[in-house]
Design a protein. Structure first.
Length: 320
């Protein structure tokens, strides 16, 4: 196996190079001194390397310059945000799926909305690169909880993930690849499969009727009918991907919504400003859907119907 690019910027203590589909990282701190003192032979250079699986945090540009594809000052590329309220075993399964991600340049921020079920008390976060638990003194709701997480996030991209969801091992990898293909796009929607039935779709991005009715595209259709990559109205909040600066520019979710339809409201506002959303069929999660609130509960019915009305009245132009 030969290195695909010459060694550059020898002062770096952390360097990633892709070679034959594997990324390697130089182990600090000994490497920095060795690199600064003298040029390394190929054998010496390899002795400093250790495999990092398929982690891609840096890339070599066409001019053989090392480019950081993550955030500045060593920040991760993705900030995965989970808002939990009495998530039970769902939450641990969600976090365990993140530990299995092939793309490793991410952090996880878990906002716990004063859960009483002990779901955050004994979490196993081994394998998660960087995990932060932020306990709240009250139930902030999904909308405000994500806004709080966004202010703490350090990544370029915000990757929302419901506690009753399980991410495919290639979830972040596929989103990263899509961001490289669609450099002008700042919002992505992910493919969602039902957690209880892998043969059925949970959603393919959000859709919206002119009459004010939103729905998850492809909901409860056969998984074999998962749409191809393309434009959709907005991402479902269970696995929405936003560029952090864009999310903050729009002031995030409307916190008055508390829970449900805040993702459609934000998507509507972004569509009105010209921001497009691309659906990614190969960036997959499995989703229970209302796993913690109950699909047909009074809470779900009330907030769902009220917030659909608010979304329409807030955003729909008088002259269509």
């Amino acid at each position: 196996m030969s290195l695909q690019a010459p060694l550059v910027q020898r002062q770096l203590t952390r360097l990633l190079l892709k070679s034959d589909g594997i990324c390697w990282t130089i182990r600090p701190p000994a490497t920095a001194a060795a690199m600064a003192s003298a040029a390394l032979t190929d054998t010496e250079f390899r002795s400093q390397l250790q495999p990092e699986g398929k982690r891609i945090g840096f890339r070599m540009s066409s001019k053989n310059k090392l480019e950081d594809v993550g955030g500045s000052n060593g920040s991760p590329l993705f900030s995965v945000m989970i808002v939990n309220y009495n998530g039970g075993d769902y939450l641990q399964n969600c976090i365990s799926s993140l530990a299995q991600q092939t793309f490793r340049d991410f952090e996880v921020i878990c906002i716990d909305n004063a859960s009483s079920d002990g779901s955050v008390d004994v979490l196993d976060t081994e394998g998660v690169p960087n995990f932060t638990l932020s306990r709240q003194s009250e139930n902030l709701g999904f909308a405000r909880g994500n806004n709080v997480a966004a202010t703490q996030a350090r990544g370029r991209w915000l990757a929302l993930l419901n506690p009753d969801a399980i991410a495919d091992p290639y979830w972040l990898q596929k989103i990263f690849e899509a961001s490289e293909r669609h450099t002008a796009c700042r919002v992505f929607a992910c493919g969602q499969i039902k957690l209880d039935d892998p043969n059925m779709l949970d959603g393919a991005g959000d859709a919206y009727l002119i009459f004010g009715v939103p729905w998850r595209g492809g909901f409860e259709l056969p998984a074999s009918e998962l749409p191809k990559e393309g434009m959709c109205f907005s991402p479902c909040g269970a696995s929405a991907i936003y560029e952090r600066n864009l999310y903050l520019e729009f002031k995030g979710f409307d916190e008055r919504f508390f829970c449900y339809c805040e993702d459609v409201d934000l998507g509507y506002r972004m569509q009105l400003s010209g921001e497009q959303c691309i659906f990614l069929p190969d960036a997959l999660i499995q989703h229970k859907g209302s796993g913690t609130s109950g699909r047909y509960s009074y809470f779900t019915t009330f907030h769902g119907n009220r917030n659909r009305t608010w979304t329409y009245l807030k955003n729909t132009p008088l002259l269509l």
